[in-house]
Design a protein around this ligand. Structure first.
Ligand code: NAI
Length: 343
């Protein structure tokens, strides 16, 4: 089987090359992202392998369908960049529902600690033999309230990490889980009570700009907002205004709404044309990482193994446990509604 692998980075290539040959799947690695301009590169392949910033529109799906490209293997969990509805009846889509929720939750805490203890500033100072402490005052996490939006796999691990620091934890999720002893509150209550707000929900029409001008009105002054989920959960303009007005104390962003043409690439020495991102990065209390939260050795290994297993399972059995189903939007729990596959 031959797959066109889009947005390939050196760390992807090494993790996939290590196991693809023994599994009988051949990858052609393309540095470019998949979109309507590049879709023809997939001609002649059995399927494509894509990541978070590839754009799989209805037009791309139709091109695949007309050219016998039957599989889209997402090597990530989120699938907001794929028109799953358009793919129904045409192309099968698989994803990797979890590869290391610990990687993402630990990165969220790493960003929070870096930000509030000014580690990023201290690192640069001491490299320059500047041992002054002026301006580096932080605050204790112990006793503070963390508000978690989305209590799935990553959110629950982040909750446990926060509890380890002696923080109080409250959460908002429209599908609360009774198993884990989490204190659920309304979104408005969470906004009003939290010292730290961390987003761990998927990007959907309900969560689009869940942090926006009206929600920022409701937050506690000085709140720290962490987003390791999807950029469009936050209206970046509203966030910038909140930072400028001092309502928001700090922001830790691993994702950004308009990241797809910027993140994962080296723009040092170039002019970044996104004024909002550029302005956010100039703020002393905004920390940006480039969709890096997943990037651990464990996660890369799990991504490669699950992606390959998805492809092989589907090829051998005509169905795959990790297929995305348009009808329920989830993979695992909809088997009663379908005969082990989406169509
Ligand atoms: P999950 O599916 O286990 O949990 C998501 C939770 O969000 C569920 O409990 C769900 O009920 C909840 N939710 C759904 N709609 C909601 C709403 N309107 N408001 C609040 N909560 C809502 O997902 P998981 O594995 O915990 O991942 C969370 C997100 O993390 C993913 O959707 C993805 O966008 C992001 N992610 C980011 C990575 C990175 O490298 N930065 C890597 C992996 C995932």
């Amino acid at each position: 089987m031959k797959f066109a692998f889009f947005d390939a980075k050196p760390y992807d290539i090494s993790s996939f090359e290590n196991i693809s040959k023994e599994k009988g799947v051949e990858f052609k690695f393309f540095e470019t992202k998949l979109n309507e301009d590049t879709m023809e590169l997939a001609h002649g392949f059995d399927g494509v392998c894509v990541f978070v910033n590839d754009t799989v529109t209805a037009k791309v799906i139709d091109y695949f369908y007309e050219n016998g490209i039957k599989m889209i293997a997402l090597r990530c969990a989120g699938f907001n960049n794929v028109d799953v509805k358009a793919a129904y009846g045409k192309v099968h889509i698989f994803h990797v529902p979890a590869y290391s929720p610990y990687a993402v939750a630990e990165h969220a805490m790493a960003m929070l600690l870096t930000s509030i203890r000014r580690i990023h500033k201290a690192y640069i100072r001491t490299k320059d033999f500047n041992f002054s402490l002026n301006g580096l005052t932080g605050f204790d996490l112990y006793g503070k309230t963390a508000g978690i939006i989305g209590t799935g796999k990553i959110g629950r691990i982040f909750i446990n990490i926060c509890k380890g620091f002696g923080m109080k934890v409250i959460a908002y999720d429209p599908y609360p889980s009774e198993e884990y002893g989490i204190e659920y509150v309304s979104l408005d209550e969470l906004l009003g009570r939290s010292d730290i707000i961390s987003l761990h929900c998927p990007l959907t029409k309900d969560t689009y700009h869940i942090i926006d001008y009206p929600s920022i009105e409701k937050v506690k002054k000085g709140v720290v907002i962490i987003n390791t989920s999807r950029g469009a959960l936050i209206n970046a303009e509203a966030l910038l205004e909140g930072i400028k007005s001092r309502k928001i104390g700090a922001a830790c962003l691993d994702v950004y709404e308009e990241e797809s043409d910027i993140f994962f690439e080296d723009f040092s020495g170039h002019i970044v044309s996104d004024d909002t991102l550029a302005r956010l990065i100039t703020m002393p209390n905004v920390l940006v990482t480039s969709h890096q939260a997943f990037l651990t050795e464990e996660a890369l290994r799990n991504i490669a193994e699950t992606t390959l297993n998805n492809i092989i399972e589907f090829s051998n059995n005509g169905c795959c446990e990790n297929e995305l189903c348009y009808h329920c939007g989830k993979t695992a729990n909809c088997k009663t509604n379908r005969i082990k596959k989406c169509f």
